[in-house]
Ligand binder design. Structure first.
Ligand SMILES: *[C@@H]1O[C@H](CO)[C@@H](O)[C@H](O)[C@H]1NC(C)=O
Length: 484
């Protein structure tokens, strides 16, 4: 029993520890062809020009021979070991016959709150492998419990000017150095490099903890919504591309209307957002037939107005956004279908996850009006009864096995076989088997699904072992065990 209790607590902690990493995309590296007006890195016969007013930090990876270089008045070169500049001896440089003037493109316009300049992933590994997560626009910019990463061996320049707003984060890594305390970061921000990397009046505040609420934490970027959307749409004349469906949806925290489906959930005290996210990933999104669908799930807060005048804030809720890759009259239909399956699943299992009510909205290219449906986490009573029966049954079996001496070897992995045995042992368990599927047992391990799943920390081994253990979560069991 002790092992089991420990295991439940472990899973509980795992849920709370869930992380999101956000990585800044642009860089001011010398070797990056897109940082030069000619679209190529300068070669030996070129004249290299940094505008004198350019304020910039430039990372140089290797060594170059040059003919001529104009450097800025206020800037720095960060040389990798072995990198350098040398005067060209005029020897033949293949591919560099025509000498020209190559100018460094200004990095002045990169804004911190531009959602297109960040990649987001649930682990450092996923970041490296390009397994990015889909999220609403507000959450594409770093949230208050996110870890922010400026890649090692890259220079950058970012405008953090956000009046009336400090930028809240969990941690920030700059050129391989990770800052987790306000003091050390404040010290770094006084350095010459930092002043070239960050400009504008903004300030950082580090929380050092992950989201402490297992039902999830709001991102905290709602106050910057207009700014975020303006940055997102700056290259399209501040206009959203028209959504190709009738009555498109406008998810909370998103800039433009979408075709697809949204589900809003009201939750009770027992709701665990990571547990439920994993439920959706394993049971639905990992299936090959759902490959073209992307999901964002987060806690949001809609600012409502009372009688259209007085602002009145509403309680927060869980928003699930589903979009698909279909086009034309089929756009959104796949997302809608999945949303309906999720609603059915909520009707049966919603209560055990702490879901109180659910509301589905869909907009597709094939319908002339948006579909709407809601549920009171249907089957509430049936679900609870089945849940109780199951717990009693399980306790009985545990007792039985304990007497037989089997339980001494109980460990998280054996718990799985224990579960199977329960099914075998119970010939009269018809109702139980029909009424309750262990949410985590439904689908086999799928690396694609795991890619989107949260992992507590970045070590590959750790991630792997935690992933495999996640299959044994039983939300009903969890709660009863903890309170028993
Ligand atoms: C080059 O710089 C651009 C803009 O800063 C950035 O989007 C791109 O990812 C960089 N490419 C590489 C290979 O670093």
């Amino acid at each position: 029993m002790k092992t089991l209790l420990f295991f439940c607590i472990f899973l509980y902690l795992l849920g709370v520890l869930c992380a999101v990493y956000k990585q800044w995309i642009p860089n001011t590296n010398f070797e990056n062809a897109s940082n030069w007006d000619q679209g190529r890195v300068p070669c030996a016969n070129d004249v290299i020009l940094f505008r004198s007013s350019e304020v910039v930090s430039v990372f140089v990876q290797s060594s170059y021979s040059l003919t001529d270089m104009y450097i800025p008045l206020n800037g720095e070169f960060i040389m990798a070991s072995g990198a350098g500049f040398a005067a060209s001896d005029g020897s033949y440089d293949p591919g560099c016959e025509t000498a020209s003037q190559v100018t460094f493109s200004s990095a002045e316009n990169s804004q911190w709150h531009d959602p297109t300049l960040w990649h987001a992933a649930t682990s450092l590994e996923n970041l490296d492998e390009g397994k990015y997560i889909f999220s609403i626009d507000e959450e594409r910019v770093p949230c208050q419990y996110d870890d922010v990463i400026f890649q090692p061996k890259t220079s950058f320049r970012v405008n953090i000017e956000l009046p009336e707003q400090t930028i809240r984060l969990r941690s920030i890594s700059i050129m391989g150095q990770k800052f987790t305390s306000d003091n050390s970061l404040a010290e770094y921000m006084q350095s010459h490099s930092a002043k070239l990397q960050f400009h504008g009046q903004g300030a950082f505040q580090l929380s050092t903890t992950r989201c402490p609420d297992k039902s999830g934490c709001e991102c905290g970027n709602a106050a910057g919504h207009d700014r975020i959307c303006a940055a997102l749409l700056q290259n399209s004349g501040n206009h959203c591309p028209g959504a190709m469906c009738k009555d498109p949806l406008k998810p909370v925290g998103h800039c433009c209307e979408i075709c697809g489906a949204t589900i809003s959930l009201d939750y009770s005290a027992g709701f665990d957002i990571e547990l439920y996210r994993n439920r959706i990933l394993h049971t639905f999104l990992s299936l090959p037939k759902n490959a073209g669908i992307q999901m964002a799930m987060s806690k949001v807060h809609e600012l409502q107005t009372f009688l259209g005048i007085m602002p009145r804030s509403s309680a927060s809720f869980i928003q699930i956004v589903l979009i698909d890759n279909r086009t034309g009259s089929q756009i959104g239909t796949h997302a809608e279908q999945l949303a309906k399956e999720i609603m059915e699943d909520i009707a049966v299992h919603g209560v055990s996850f702490g879901i109180v009510t659910s509301n589905l909205q869909a907009a597709t290219g094939s319908k002339w009006s948006a579909q709407e449906a809601s549920g009171q986490a249907g089957g509430t009573i049936a679900g609870t009864v089945v849940g109780l029966l199951l717990v009693l049954l399980l306790l009985g079996i545990v007792l039985l096995l304990y007497r037989k001496g089997t339980l001494r070897s109980l460990s998280p992995v054996h718990f799985a076989s224990l579960w199977n045995r329960k099914r075998d042992l119970d010939p009269s368990g018809e109702t139980v088997d029909k009424g309750f599927d262990n949410p985590m047992f439904d689908t086999p391990s799928d690396p694609v699904a795991l890619a989107g799943m949260c992992s507590a920390e970045e070590t590959p081994n750790e991630v792997a072992s935690k992933n495999s253990e996640l299959y044994y979560i039983n939300p009903l069991y969890d709660e009863t065990e903890l309170s028993a």
